[in-house]
Write a protein that binds this ligand. Structure first.
Ligand SMILES: Cc1cc2nc3c(=O)[nH]c(=O)nc-3n(C[C@H](O)[C@H](O)[C@H](O)COP(=O)(O)OP(=O)(O)OC[C@H]3O[C@@H](n4cnc5c(N)ncnc54)[C@H](O)[C@@H]3O)c2cc1C
Ligand SMILES: *[C@@H]1O[C@H](CO)[C@@H](O)[C@H](O)[C@H]1NC(C)=O
Ligand SMILES: *[C@@H]1O[C@H](CO)[C@@H](O)[C@H](O)[C@H]1NC(C)=O
Ligand SMILES: *[C@@H]1O[C@H](CO)[C@@H](O)[C@H](O)[C@H]1NC(C)=O
Ligand SMILES: *[C@@H]1O[C@H](CO)[C@@H](O)[C@H](O)[C@H]1NC(C)=O
Ligand SMILES: *[C@@H]1O[C@H](CO)[C@@H](O)[C@H](O)[C@H]1NC(C)=O
Ligand SMILES: *[C@@H]1O[C@H](CO)[C@@H](O)[C@H](O)[C@H]1NC(C)=O
Ligand SMILES: *[C@@H]1O[C@H](CO)[C@@H](O)[C@H](O)[C@H]1NC(C)=O
Ligand SMILES: *[C@@H]1O[C@H](CO)[C@@H](O)[C@H](O)[C@H]1NC(C)=O
Length: 572
């Protein structure tokens, strides 16, 4: 398997030189802005036609050879390759400001993320089809795109896992289960099953509710990250009609009247400015940077643009609104030495050396894992919402979970210098959105992010209930085999609504799943075009109409593949 990996790297090396030599001249059929999962899938699919010239521009570098990227467990140690964004102080969190770092490299979020691959509830996609007016987004159609972008590979391991193979395809991204449990999984799984009344399911086949033992974008056997750069970029590299350019920070989309005609970027290594002529611009810059670039280019709320001195191309007040995320509230648990946590292999010299040897010898041990990945997705019982308007929650389709229950061996809050596990609850179908805007017309200024976590009374009820329930479950008899004590908020903190709310306010984080800020139906028409404009489309997490029911990366790959098919059909 290691030999196969080396062979693939050689293959990529042999072909790369033919593309870099090309000149950046003439008009491109497609200029794609942002090299995350959406950008890479579009560039790959659209360049399959040799008569179309395609260029993919990415602000960050190419980390293809970086072992911090390629070794799955190292993702929490990766500080480079990110836009270091922090939200504005959130009044709902007593002024705490959640970190909202975003991927900034070839691969975007898929280069730096936790690799969780989940598709979630059918009804999400059926709703997106209705909202957008694009029937291709309905689950039964989109399943083809999920299959065309990924394939499942069996990973030998000494535990059983249910996988529905009829939902698996033959696309470039490789997904697999973990090669071994961390030591925390067995009691966690049975505690969630008993406490939440869930059964094991496969959340890749359209199922929204249940318990999933986890599938991640990791090459089976090799135990290396599979992501947009290596899965799709290796195909793009072989084509003479396609180029992918790192270190290219796009500052503006240029318009002639209402038609986008060019893209300007700065080379971040030497400061050189370039403008490319484009027949079609596709913005795939993620949920934070997409509205930023649109606004810098004169597309957004007129009053804001005017205030900042940006000439208005199109007055679209919805740009930057509809920001949804999956906020998580964490309970920190001190665990027994048998649990293989990040703290152990990162800080204990003995454990560190063992882990490195295991990975080098035969890809065994914790470095080939994504630090523990088992989760459940469930509803909040209706009765919990007594006293508040719960129409949003109670009227969601029955396959739609409200809460994800998950754990990781990454310490989100290092409250003590001991081996910790983070157990969390996440609001995955929040009612009240936040928004993104910009502070000035300078592209170098960070966008302003207003997270608005738990913004409605029902959102707050839901997270408090879930947090209390998680604490109860983690304090159960069965968990005592692995849990030494609750390190945060701490067993001295009573499990009452008031005390728990204070604890939540100080321990809420982003799942790093922002989306919806240039949404289909609001900002985009059914064919991914910015309404009222020509030659400019948006694809990726920014285009999601609302939050999916679990980790969004799989959905980004699939909708980008669907968008590429739609664009090919429209341009035919
Ligand atoms: C730390 C972290 C952990 C995550 N964990 C998971 C997980 O385990 N599972 C999961 O499903 N999802 C996870 N996600 C979310 C997932 O990675 C994103 O939903 C997904 O990557 C979004 O894809 P995208 O292509 O729309 O945008 P992105 O992946 O954000 O890509 C956008 C790209 O555009 C580039 N760009 C932005 N502005 C410009 C500009 N002006 N010029 C040029 N380039 C620009 C960015 O640098 C970036 O590379 C995580 C995200 C992060 C950040
Ligand atoms: C990655 O490594 C290969 C082989 O050594 C090399 O040819 C290539 O230039 C490297 N790529 C980057 C982006 O560093
Ligand atoms: C974010 O911070 C890291 C660590 O300090 C740094 O390496 C990286 O360059 C920063 N990102 C940006 C875009 O400045
Ligand atoms: C397996 O997945 C397919 C595709 O989503 C679905 O039609 C089928 O019902 C699933 N099977 C089971 C047993 O859930
Ligand atoms: C480090 O790990 C070794 C091997 O598991 C263990 O014996 C030792 O107690 C650990 N050291 C500390 C300081 O936890
Ligand atoms: C993998 O390597 C480790 C460390 O060298 C060793 O202990 C283990 O037995 C090996 N496992 C297999 C299946 O070869
Ligand atoms: C309750 O919330 C829904 C939206 O979910 C809204 O349409 C409705 O007007 C609200 N009802 C009241 C009485 O406020
Ligand atoms: C934390 O514990 C580890 C292992 O016991 C030790 O090496 C390290 O110095 C400690 N760090 C601090 C800040 O006390
Ligand atoms: C929350 O954090 C604030 C500021 O750091 C602190 O004063 C307060 O005691 C904390 N509350 C809880 C419940 O942790």
């Amino acid at each position: 398997m290691v030999a196969l990996y080396a062979f693939r790297a050689l293959l990529a090396f042999a072909t790369v030189s033919s593309t870099v030599a090309q000149q950046l001249t003439g008009t491109y059929d497609y200029v794609i802005v942002g090299g995350g999962p959406a950008g890479f899938v579009l560039a790959e699919k659209l360049s399959q036609n040799p008569s179309k010239r395609v260029v993919l521009l990415e602000a960050g570098p190419d980390g293809i050879n970086n072992s911090l990227v390629n070794t799955p467990a190292y993702y929490p140690l990766l500080t480079e390759y990110k836009w270091n964004y922090t939200s504005q102080p959130d009044p709902n969190l007593g002024g705490n400001a959640p970190d909202l770092k975003q991927g900034r490299a070839f691969g975007g979020g898929s280069a730096v993320n936790g690799m969780a691959y989940c598709r979630g509830a059918r009804s999400v996609f059926n709703e997106w089809a209705t909202i957008s007016g694009n029937p291709g987004l309905a689950w039964n159609s989109l399943l083809e795109d999920f299959k065309a972008t990924s394939h499942y590979e069996f990973q030998p391991a000494d535990y059983e896992q249910y996988v529905n193979l009829s939902a698996s395809g033959n696309g470039p991204l490789e997904v697999s289960r973990t090669s071994a449990y961390t030591g925390f999984d067995v009691p966690f799984i049975s505690t969630l099953k008993a406490g939440l009344g869930v059964e094991e399911v496969d959340m890749l086949d359209g199922t929204g509710i249940g318990l999933d033992l986890g599938i991640a974008a990791i090459n089976a056997g090799e135990r290396t990250r599979s992501y947009a750069r290596n899965a799709f970029g290796s195909l793009i590299e072989t084509r003479r009609n396609a180029q992918m350019i790192p270190n290219a920070w796009v500052t503006k989309v240029g318009f002639r009247g209402k038609k986008a005609t060019s893209v300007s970027y700065v080379n971040t290594l030497n400061g050189k400015k370039t403008t490319l002529a484009a027949k079609e611009v596709i913005v795939t810059a993620g949920a934070v940077n997409t509205p930023q670039l649109l606004m810098l280019s004169g597309v957004g709320p007129k009053s804001k643009l005017t205030e900042l001195g940006i000439p208005v191309v199109a007055d679209i007040p919805a740009v930057g609104t509809n920001l949804y995320d999956h906020p998580v509230a964490v309970v920190m648990l001190e665990v027994t030495p048998e649990v293989k946590t990040v703290w152990q292999w990162a800080f204990n010299e003995t454990e560190k050396v063992i882990a490195e040897q295991q990975y080098a010898a035969n890809r065994s041990g914790p470095l080939g894992w994504n630090n523990g990945f088992v989760y459940a997705a469930t509803r909040v019982p209706d009765a919990v919402f007594a006293g508040v308007n719960a129409t949003h929650y109670t009227s969601l389709p029955a396959d739609r979970p409200h809460i994800i229950w998950e754990y990781t061996t990454v310490p989100f809050k290092q409250v003590t210098n001991t081996s910790l596990v983070t157990a969390w609850v996440s609001l995955v179908q929040a009612e009240d959105p936040g928004y993104v805007t910009i502070p000035s017309k300078d592209y170098k200024d960070d966008p302003l992010i207003f997270s608005n976590y738990y913004g409605s009374p029902a959102d707050k009820k839901a997270i408090i209930w879930a947090y209390k329930k998680m604490r109860e479950m983690m304090a159960s008899e069965e968990m005592q085999s692995v849990v030494v004590q609750e390190a945060y908020p701490g067993s001295n903190v009573p499990n009452t609504d008031e005390e728990v709310w204070k604890a939540i306010q100080n321990a809420s984080f982003s799942f790093h799943h922002p989306l919806g800020t240039a949404a289909l139906g609001k900002v985009l028409d059914s064919d991914w075009r910015v309404k009222g404009l020509q030659g400019i489309r948006v694809v990726g997490a920014a285009a999601f109409p609302g939050p999916p029911s679990c980790h969004p990366m799989a959905d980004v790959y699939a909708i980008a593949h669907r968008a590429a098919r739609d664009i090919q059909a429209a341009d035919h």
